[in-house]
Design a protein around this ligand. Structure first.
Ligand code: CO8
Length: 255
């Protein structure tokens, strides 16, 4: 796996790092494929009770899906990418292990959506959160229009999705996006894991299944995929993503 680093730090706890620090760990198709294959493998590890997900380097957890890769996609390709991302994040959400997101640095777009598919989120003082998709002429496509409102409420979710600004970790904690802020999120995630692994393992699995049961039923992820794909093949998406690669602000026309 080129873009992932996995270390089993004890019999019951593993740490997965998204490893593309040069591109702020943004998720390209290859990385998503690797995460997908990785999840299928660790599913078989019955000794693993807790998976911690974090980003390599100190700058980013994940700064979103890879914009350069998405830039020239048409709506069918975008739909496939969005469906695939949703499939992978659903696997994380329903993995029969507790998943803790240790959020270091930027946690944006698809990165927020990855964090939202974790069970518990720990941040640091330098974490920054946001759904900046509208600045690119698109909408979130890996579940945020559904999961974000469940976690922080519809009003705040709309604010983050419609305005696209970043928030700091203090605000993320206040609105319930983060469970905790600490100096070292991975270290704290390990502390939490060490508590969880002392509890009844079957009880933890059953609790996760029960919490997720009705929650899963209310996620309209397929509808999000459709709305997401509608944004591609538009001038707004072309301008938004072209502007990002040219390191300038997008200029959208009146429509
Ligand atoms: N995609 C591709 N490359 C990226 C991304 C990204 N999301 N984020 C950063 N990079 C690259 C930069 O282009 C740069 O590369 P290069 O050196 O080749 O120019 C490198 O990483 C370092 O980044 P910066 O120089 O920009 O670092 P700064 O410290 O100046 O800025 C920011 C950091 C503010 C985080 C800035 O990089 C940024 O705004 N990144 C984009 C954030 C963003 O918009 N994320 C949302 C993406 S859209 C999305 O996630 C949709 C999810 C659903 C997808 C569904 C699939 C179809």
């Amino acid at each position: 796996m080129d873009n992932l680093i996995y270390e089993k730090i004890s019999n019951h706890v593993g740490v997965l790092k998204i490893n593309r620090p040069k591109y702020l760990n943004s998720l390209n198709i290859k990385t998503l494929n690797e995460i997908n294959m990785f999840l299928d493998e660790i599913k078989k590890d019955n000794d693993l009770y807790v998976l911690i997900i974090t980003g390599e380097g100190d700058k980013a957890f994940v700064a979103g899906a890879d914009i350069k890769e998405m830039k020239d996609m048409n709506s069918i390709e975008a739909m496939e990418f969005s469906k695939f991302g949703n499939k992978v994040f659903k696997k994380i959400e329903n993995l029969e292990k507790v998943v803790i997101g240790a959020v270091n640095g930027y946690c944006l777009g698809g990165g927020m959506e990855l964090a939202l598919s974790c069970d518990i989120r720990i941040g640091s003082n330098n974490s920054k959160f946001g759904q900046p998709e509208v600045s690119l002429g698109i909408i979130p496509g890996f579940g945020a229009t559904q999961r974000l409102l469940n976690v922080i409420g519809i009003g705040k979710a709309k604010e983050l999705i419609f305005i696209g600004d970043m928030i700091d970790s203090k605000e993320a904690l206040n609105i319930g996006l983060l469970n905790k802020i600490v100096d070292n999120p991975v270290e704290e995630a390990i502390n939490i894991s060490n508590k969880i692994i002392q509890k009844g393992p079957i009880a933890i699995k059953q609790a996760k299944k029960s919490v997720n049961f009705s929650y899963n039923k209310n996620l309209a992820l397929d509808y999000e995929v459709e709305c997401f794909a509608n944004c591609f093949n538009t001038e707004d998406q072309k301008e938004g993503m072209e502007a990002f690669t040219q390191k300038r602000k997008a200029e959208f026309e009146n429509r």
